[in-house]
Design a protein around this ligand. Structure first.
Ligand code: ADP
Length: 157
């Protein structure tokens, strides 16, 4: 069973993340979407809400699990039996940052490899930042969110 971990802040999970997930599912038997959080850094949504949003987005996919973690990504991989880390690449800036992290992770955990999935889809420009800005200013973010997500459920007031 080939299992990959797809880590990210996912604050919130967007249609861009969803596209990367669908690509990863073509390569792996199981993909675990892992909400990474830092207890001293306050996000827009709580880690619990971020997980709940992802669960709504992937409810129709049987080979996806959702978890959260606050430590090292390689430790989360080991805990969940994942042999690969999935990261999406939008820009060359993403590549420069991600390749350094991937090399460090390989040094620390040689049994875990990183797989980069390019953002070549229609939604490659979508980011959590754009979605958060729309939500803050009461714009319509629905086209940037996966189909199964009703974001109004998760926003107070
Ligand atoms: P992080 O804070 O860990 O970068 P994000 O939630 O911003 O977490 O992103 C998680 C992963 O998804 C990253 O690898 C990021 O490059 C990728 N990603 C984000 N948006 C898109 C998109 N629109 N298309 C492809 N990949 C994306």
């Amino acid at each position: 069973m080939r299992t990959a971990l797809f880590p990210g802040s996912f604050d919130p999970f967007t249609i861009g993340h969803y596209e990367v997930l669908l690509s990863a599912l073509q390569l792996f038997d199981k993909v675990i979407v892992a909400v990474g959080y830092n207890s001293s850094k306050k996000g827009f949504f709580t880690p619990q809400t971020r997980s709940d949003i992802i669960k709504d987005a992937v409810a129709h996919l049987s080979n996806v699990e959702v978890c959260s973690y606050s430590g090292l990504t390689i430790d989360a991989c080991r805990e969940h039996g994942a042999s690969h880390i999935i990261r999406g690449l939008r820009t060359t800036a993403d590549f420069e940052m991600e390749s350094v992290i991937a090399q460090a992770n390989t040094k620390l955990a040689p049994e875990i490899s990183t797989v980069f999935i390019p953002a070549y889809g229609e939604y490659s420009f979508v980011s959590s930042t754009i979605v958060r800005d729309l939500l803050i200013h009461k714009g319509d973010a629905s086209q940037f969110l996966p189909k199964g997500v009703d974001i109004s459920k998760f926003i107070n007031g």
